[in-house]
Write a protein that binds this ligand. Sequence first.
Ligand code: ZN
Length: 291
Amino acid sequence: MNNVAYYHFTIGKFKATIIGDGQAQFPPHPLYAPNASKTQVEDALSNHFLPTDFYTLQCNVMLLERDKEKILIDTGAGTSLGPQLGKLYHNLSAIHVKPEEITSILITHCHLDHISGLISENGAPNFPNALIFLAEKEWNFWKEDFIDLSPMLLEDAFKQNFINAAHRNLRPLRDKIQTFKFGQEVVSGVYAIDAVGHTPGHTAFLIQSDNVSFLNVGDVFHHPAFDLEHPEWATAFDQDPKQAYKTRIKMLDQAATDKVMLTSYHVPFPAVGHVRKKGNHYEWEGIMWKF
Ligand SMILES: [Zn+2]
């Protein structure tokens, strides 16, 4: 079975598309919610009618098109997490977008599942004409030879994969990387929002056009069953779980109050919807499929 995953919609003058990069299975605990018990995590999954022995991680990249501009937000996992992910390149061809037409790539953060689509298996840039936009704080962290991932609750070999992916995908593009500060308009109509915690420069992007607003929250939350329903649940990938929690609450409260439509990278495809506040947690309301 194979579904080509793309979903088109509009944000004012932008044509927006969510492009699925694929999915892969991981043990749910302790990767997702190391600060909860295995039973709590299994209960959360079964409450959502999901298997409890594995968790299916999806990655969903956003494409924004306006006139000749073609902007990607994140680039998928490339080959970093196995053959089930890394479908962005193939799925772009399904919507007749050529890699050389991509003008800008905005990166939410430099974890391997977000940046490994930048460089091909043979070491060449996948998007040769694109400028890469990255928060200054994020670039300053990941550009170093020594990257301190000690807060991540992962085995050393897995942590090393994150470091290798950052070096492999960012260093060849050094001359094309442009850094931004939070609050800045990165490309016309797309603003960088401080969403630090998950990584030191983790960024959300607010897209505005014709009085329509849309939020791309990156990894501010991962799955409706986990850190939406249990916003206090961390992930093993958080650099600063306490700050990630503060950011999550702040951004979700705002999104719920403003009723702003949003995408979150790991929410099940098409990964577009709204959040609703219920007591001290949140619910996901996915958009209805448009034919
Ligand atoms: Zn991620």
